[in-house]
Design a protein around this ligand. Structure first.
Ligand code: G3P
Ligand code: CA
Length: 268
């Protein structure tokens, strides 16, 4: 069981389109992963939360306000929390116009529809369980959906990584399905790495907290699948930073501008 983006292959870092190719299309929509595919990228990152009636949906903020027209459609429902709206209500919202009129009518995808499009595009998924403290049982529900959609079949496991800022969430996912590749979002100290290693395959820090020494120290620890822990850095959107962080030896770079990062690494 291994993601094919795991550490140790010594190649150039894997480039992951953050919230899809989110510099060029509205984040966390089908349009954003289509854009990533058009640019030639296979790995996309997303954020998963849950509606009032229990549907898993793909959206970053815990409120619908920033990335939809919810204020116009439901003016009396402030602060417009995802968890307070049904899937049918969210399906009415426009999740593209805030970004550009060219994307008017784009919807907040359900995770199920999003997974279908990832499959259709032959993409690979870095799935973030977002704000799990708001959604008890979201780990079980996500793993169940992944299983139902075929993503936990051995031949597909290499196309999936599940990550979270919540160590508890990642530990739960690992315990539910040890074959899933997992990532902890954060920068544990080197001394703390041993606490995370039993249940996380990667440590994914903000690039600002990285150093070559830290990346080496993470690589020196083995994860639950007896492979070196990997490191994906986020969110790197310019060429100079991409080159610097690649030089630290990271295994992946998470970016809103995957084309810029690819170009920077190619001319490294
Ligand atoms: O994938 C890393 C990154 O997505 C974590 O931060 O806030 O963009 O979900 P955020
Ligand atoms: Ca994210």
């Amino acid at each position: 069981p291994a993601s094919d983006a795991r550490a140790g292959d010594m190649g150039a870092p894997t480039v992951i389109a953050h919230r899809g190719a989110s510099a060029y299309a509205p984040e966390n929509t089908l349009a954003s992963i289509d854009k990533a595919a058009q640019l030639g990228f296979t790995w996309v990152e997303n954020d998963v939360q849950r509606t009032k009636d229990g549907e898993l949906v793909v959206i970053h903020d815990d409120s619908l306000q920033r990335t939809t027209d919810v204020e116009q459609v439901f003016p009396d429902r402030a602060p417009w929390k995802v968890k307070d709206f049904t899937a049918a209500e969210i399906a009415r919202l426009d999740a593209g116009s805030w970004y550009s009129p060219a994307y008017a009518g784009t919807r907040v995808p359900t995770l199920k529809d999003y997974m279908c499009q990832v499959e259709h595009n032959h993409e690979k998924l870095l799935l973030e369980i977002k704000n799990p403290e708001l959604y008890p049982g979201i780990e079980q529900q996500t793993v169940k959906l992944l299983g139902n959609e075929g993503w936990l079949d051995p031949k597909h496991l290499g196309r999936l990584i599940v990550q979270s800022f919540s160590a508890d969430s990642i530990r739960t996912v690992h315990e539910l399905r040890p074959a899933i590749t997992t990532a902890y979002l954060g920068s544990p100290t080197v001394a703390q790495l041993g606490q995370y290693a039993p249940f996380t395959d990667l440590v994914n820090p903000s690039y600002g907290s990285l150093s070559p020494t830290y990346v080496s120290a993470v690589h020196a620890v083995k994860g639950p699948h007896d492979k070196p822990l990997g490191v994906f850095a986020w969110t790197v959107n310019d060429a100079a930073t991409a080159r610097r962080v690649a030089g630290y030896g990271v295994d992946g770079i998470i970016t809103n501008k995957p084309d810029v990062v690819r170009e920077a690494l190619a001319s490294h």
